[in-house]
Ligand binder design. Structure first.
Ligand SMILES: NC(=O)c1ccc[n+]([C@@H]2O[C@H](COP(=O)([O-])OP(=O)(O)OC[C@H]3O[C@@H](n4cnc5c(N)ncnc54)[C@H](O)[C@@H]3O)[C@@H](O)[C@H]2O)c1
Length: 353
């Protein structure tokens, strides 16, 4: 069988993780790069040795040579490009979030069903080695029933500007951008329970704080601090049908002493911490044990996580395995994220049937 020919759409910051991981996969030929900023597409195509580049995605999709695409564009274009790519007969790896609304997510799901093509949502943390380790512990019932999870992803200064802070193009702020990762990893490790109700709060108190000096932070490829229409902080309590609950808080900026990422799950027989450091908590012979697995990295290894994600996508496209992050999960996550925004806007709890 020939190599899987790949096109990467969107050649900004995160595309490097996709491009470098494809280059390292020997079953892949990195074939094309596309960006509405054609110079950027050309530059990345040269850098990573892709045969061709495009300044618009329909031209890339019209190329019959290409088997599969990564979508690394602004969130508001994910649905349109994913649907067009599936209809053009391509397999799709779409960056998180799947899209910006539940309606869009349903349309993407429908197109996946109609075309029978692979769609993998870029929930990269699911592919991390540490997640796989914990999944094995959880699947063999080491934690018992997981009834509570708690996740924080707090940046004291980290509004990336540009499209990230323009709600029209991003769909929201820290909740949809970084909250999606920590909510998803909890939900996935909890066994993907059905959501029952959501209470959320969003705050627009501090702006983007682009006035702050002497502290650097992550910026979009086209950084622009002028427009900022997204929340700077969000929190939520998510209740599941099986009685479990998940508490989450996230920020682009907050008067916090330092940045914080924590992902913790608690079960009847034990607990785990995914972040800030992999840890397993249990009880044996009437004594509490904090167990530290002896592994290469106790925190999320970004580069390895992306390599694992891309390798898994490639195997799925080749029909040798199934994706760990299918479109159904992308849709459920959109229900949760949009539910938090809706609850916050209306000031009430949102219930699901
Ligand atoms: N998995 C992760 O950890 C992670 C991290 C960062 C970003 N992301 C996701 O990746 C996506 C891109 O983020 P980024 O940080 O690379 O942003 P970016 O601003 O650095 O790059 C986005 C690029 O997409 C291009 N683009 C936008 N719309 C396009 C269209 N319709 N056609 C062609 N090109 C288009 C822009 O010109 C830009 O070059 C977002 O969905 C974001 O949520 C994921």
């Amino acid at each position: 069988m020939g190599k899987l020919k790949i096109g990467v759409i969107g050649a900004g910051s995160i595309s490097d993780m996709h491009l470098q991981s494809y280059v390292k996969n020997e079953r892949v030929e990195l074939y094309a790069v596309c960006d509405m900023n054609e110079e950027r597409a050309e530059e990345k195509a040269k850098q990573y040795g892709a045969a061709t580049f495009y300044g618009d995605y329909p031209s890339l999709l019209a190329n019959k040579e290409i088997d599969a695409v990564s979508i690394c564009t602004w969130n508001n274009s994910h649905a349109e490009i994913a649907i067009a790519a599936l209809n053009a007969g391509k397999h799709v790896l779409v960056e998180k979030p799947l899209c910006t609304t539940v309606e869009e997510a349903k349309k993407i799901q429908e197109t996946v069903k109609q075309t029978g093509k692979v769609l993998q949502v870029g929930f990269v943390r699911r592919y991390a080695s540490n997640t796989k380790i914990l999944k094995e512990f959880i699947d063999t019932d080491e934690l018992g029933e997981i009834y509570y999870a708690k996740a924080s992803c707090l940046r004291r200064l980290g509004n990336p500007g540009g499209w990230f802070s323009d709600k029209e193009r991003s769909g929201g702020g820290p909740l949809i951008d970084i909250g999606v990762h920590v909510i998803d990893i909890c939900w996935y490790l909890m066994g993907k329970p059905k959501v029952k109700s959501i209470t959320g709060n969003t705050y627009y108190k501090l702006g983007n704080r682009s006035n702050v000096k002497n502290l650097s932070f992550y910026k979009a490829a086209d950084y622009d601090p002028e427009k900022n229409t997204v929340e700077d902080m969000a929190n939520a309590l998510i209740r599941f049908e099986n009685g479990a609950s998940l508490m989450v808080d996230v920020s682009f900026t907050l008067h916090a002493k330092k940045d914080e990422i924590t992902v913790k799950l608690y079960g009847e027989k034990g607990g785990v911490e995914v972040e800030p450091e992999l840890s397993i908590i249990t009880e044996k012979h009437n004594t509490i044990l904090n167990v530290t697995p002896q592994v290469d990295s106790l925190t999320f290894d970004f580069v390895q996580g992306f390599q694992n994600e891309i390798d898994h996508f490639v195997l799925t496209c080749l029909g040798e395995t199934e994706t760990l992050s299918p479109v159904e999960d992308g849709l459920e996550m959109m229900k949760i994220l949009c539910g938090i925004y809706e609850s916050s806007e209306k000031g009430i709890e949102i219930s699901f049937d």
